[in-house]
Design a protein around this ligand. Structure first.
Ligand SMILES: [Zn+2]
Ligand SMILES: [Zn+2]
Length: 250
């Protein structure tokens, strides 16, 4: 089946009203996922460095949530803000450790020196080397240029994932298409594992990645590299990341 007709079973990047600039609740997001026939979503609120973002202890608070809401597995994640080229983050490691899935993102409107390609690349490489970080968010953003070949090489060295963020196909991140295509083709060339995510800020966006899937069809991207296409595949990745983190303390 073509990707454009498939909804990933797990959306790895979603926000609720707790992120300060999103419009739906966790329950609304889970109902939307259920209605699309999905099996899970990662709850990945923005950290506090973004205006009105969630508090830095959000990974601790999320432990109060049930594993399933409306039949949807809720993976307790976070979208960490990378603050600067010194690799400072807005979630301290003691809390970051509690997350089930961690995205590290540079947000161009609040990142100093974002035009410095070499420094951006070095920062992304440092994020991928951090054992508690699973994936880079929207690294195809052309306003934060970086070297995709280096990112893929580092992701493979550390067994990490890269994200194809559906908002790069919309007016939210205008002008992204050329760099997005380059990013996709670089991942394809090297057999890099990825997640296709909505970055939903409203419940109707949850699991709605059809524009990205259509582009992946056009570029003949291998389905087996999409880790969140099935819940089983995503859970297998999480077992792998847990083993990686356990090995640190051995
Ligand atoms: Zn983001
Ligand atoms: Zn986001």
């Amino acid at each position: 089946m073509q990707l454009r007709h498939i909804t990933p079973e797990v959306d790895t990047h979603t926000h609720t009203i707790l992120s300060g600039h999103a419009w739906s609740t966790l329950t609304e997001n889970c109902c939307a996922a259920r209605d699309r026939g999905m099996k899970g979503l990662c709850l990945t609120e923005h950290g506090p460095a973004i205006e009105c973002g969630a508090p830095s202890f959000i990974p601790h608070s999320q432990k109060m949530l049930p594993d399933y809401v409306e039949g949807i597995r809720v993976y307790k994640g976070v979208e960490i803000n990378v603050i600067d080229h010194q690799n400072n983050l807005d979630i301290p490691e003691e809390y970051l450790k509690l997350s089930e899935f961690a995205i590290a993102s540079i947000h161009s409107h609040m990142f100093p020196g974002k035009a410095d390609r070499d420094a951006n690349t070095a920062t992304y490489l440092a994020m991928l080397a951090n054992p508690y970080i699973d994936i880079l968010g929207h690294a195809d953003d052309p306003s934060v240029p970086c070297d995709f070949e280096s990112l893929v090489k580092q992701a493979q060295t550390y067994g990490k994932l890269l994200e194809f963020n559906n908002n790069s196909t919309t007016s939210h991140r205008p002008g992204s298409l050329p760099s997005l295509k380059e990013y996709i083709l670089c991942c394809k060339k090297h057999g890099q594992r990825v997640c296709v995510a909505s970055d939903a800020h409203f419940y109707t966006m949850v699991g709605n990645v059809a524009p990205m899937m259509t582009l992946l069809d056009e570029l003949d991207f291998p389905q087996e590299l999409i880790v969140n296409l099935t819940k089983e595949r995503f859970d297998t990745y999480l077992e792998e990341r847990n083993a990686r983190i356990c090995a640190l303390t051995d």
